[in-house]
Design a protein around this ligand. Structure first.
Ligand SMILES: [Fe+2]
Length: 289
């Protein structure tokens, strides 16, 4: 054993509302979750500090989560990182891109096009080190157990990429942490229906940076004592219904009526009794697990 404690770092954003999390194990290996954009790579590298990455978990293919790694793979095959295994389960682009039976095809296509083609292009460089996660699977990394609770579900088409987010629970020696990625309302409904009994955790990574996310019932099952917000101050302090979510007719057409600002999520967490809020906009958050 090289470290006395298991430590999680939720990295301060360099690029806007990114998500990058590093967990350093007692054996001095790391688990990386997403990582952010190209601009966030220097701080990610600094935090990892050359350690072996036993698991690099990619929640879903959006720029603010995986474009940094994609850039590193494009540049030099991610040679600056000592990657063991990448874990992900992304939507099957070729199979679903021509599905016009969706509420708003333009949005749907734009969403799938944001990162998936770029990822699919660099994928051959990392394929032999990638494991496609199945729901219900568990892995062990040193003293940590990781249970994958939710993966991509076909047919959630209003918010397709966010709703493909991996949901997983990390069980550490003293704390459990549930990661929700950027799961939205429909994905949250599916998670709740299938796996509500698995959600209880001490700490939760707030879905989709805390806004436009899963419903309160999901957080009520988690019943966390602490919340991790990958969010700048303006997002953490956002209104319950911000301007861009005020056009009810438009949201209705897009099937997105159940998406709200962070102000509402914060109200839920207060009602549920969450006491501690780790907000990355205030700097890198260090949490002993
Ligand atoms: Fe995001």
């Amino acid at each position: 054993m090289k470290n006395l404690k298991t430590v999680l770092y939720a990295l301060k954003e360099t690029s806007i509302y990114m998500m990058g999390i590093v967990i350093v194990t007692r054996e001095d290996n790391v688990i990386v979750i997403d990582g952010g954009r190209r601009e966030d790579m220097p701080s990610l590298k600094e935090c990892i500090n050359g350690r072996h990455i036993s698991a690099w978990i990619l929640t879903h293919p959006h720029e603010d989560h995986i474009s940094g790694l994609v850039h590193e793979l494009e540049t030099n095959g991610a040679a600056d990182f000592d990657i063991g295994t990448v874990y992900c389960h992304f939507p099957p682009y070729d199979e679903i891109i021509d599905n016009h039976n969706v509420p708003d095809y333009d949005y749907y296509k734009r969403d799938l096009d944001e990162m998936l083609p770029a990822w699919n292009k660099v994928f051959p460089k990392i394929k032999d080190r990638t494991h496609i996660v199945t729901q219900g699977e568990s892995i062990i990394v040193d003293e940590l157990k990781i249970d994958f609770i939710y993966t991509y579900h076909e047919g959630l088409n209003t918010n397709p990429v966010n709703d493909s987010s991996l949901v997983f629970k990390v069980t550490a020696p003293n704390k459990t942490v549930l990661f929700l990625g950027d799961l939205g309302a429909e994905g949250g409904d599916m998670l709740f229906r299938e796996s509500r009994h698995l959600l209880k955790a001490d700490i939760v990574q707030m879905a989709h940076h805390g806004h436009m996310n899963v419903g309160m019932e999901v957080y009520a099952e988690i019943m966390p004592e602490a919340c991790i917000w990958c969010a700048p101050d303006w997002l953490y302090n956002e209104a319950e219904i911000p301007e861009y979510l005020s056009n009810t007719e438009k949201l209705k057409r897009m099937g997105r009526l159940r998406l709200y600002g962070s102000g509402l999520t914060r109200k839920w967490m207060d009602i549920l009794g969450a006491k501690t809020h780790y907000v990355t906009g205030e700097g890198t958050q260090k949490i002993v697990l």
